[in-house]
Design a protein around this ligand. Sequence first.
Ligand code: AMP
Length: 196
Amino acid sequence: MRLVLLGAPGSGKGTQAEVLKAELGVPHISTGDLLRAAVKAGSPLGLKAKAVMEAGQLVSDDIVLAMLEERLAKPDAAAGFILDGYPRNVAQCEALEALLERIGQPLEIALKLDVPSELIVERIAGRAAAQGRKDDTPETVRERLRVYAEQTEPVAGHFAQIGKLKIVDGVGELAEVSRRIIAALPAQCRNARVNA
Ligand code: AMP
């Protein structure tokens, strides 16, 4: 199963990806998590990324692509992956397609979690209280939502154009949204977990 999860910050991508990884038997690869780990480790890459992330902007395409390529080369990704937080702009879409073609792992589906923006703001406020993420402050959240609308929304259009986009209603109980996602997956992917 090779899946990209799309959706605004706070749409529930990360939470759903954690549920799906168990269901589908493939790793959840979040570029946000990879970057936060690099920041925490204080690596040169992390030092570069920190200020950009705290401002709610996008880390440079080259850095994120290199990190993703390294992660996809790990053995657990040979069976597939759930990609969360990548691609974030159209250039990353093209880079992803080229990378996946090179490693012989073409994408099967991009699934977008649809959540109205009023609910997004409410959810991020809840997450800020629970997790204390540095980029969940009101100003940074506003900037992340602006960057999402400007740069990431067109990514869904790109996947729609190549016939790989599914949109799932992301409002509701966690388990209900998971059920909707699984129902939207191509049949061979749903069967993969049964046959595994
Ligand atoms: P996320 O956890 O996906 O919300 O990502 C948190 C932050 O990490 C974003 O606001 C960006 O600063 C950075 N980030 C994550 N993924 C990417 C990406 N694909 N391209 C550029 N920056 C990213």
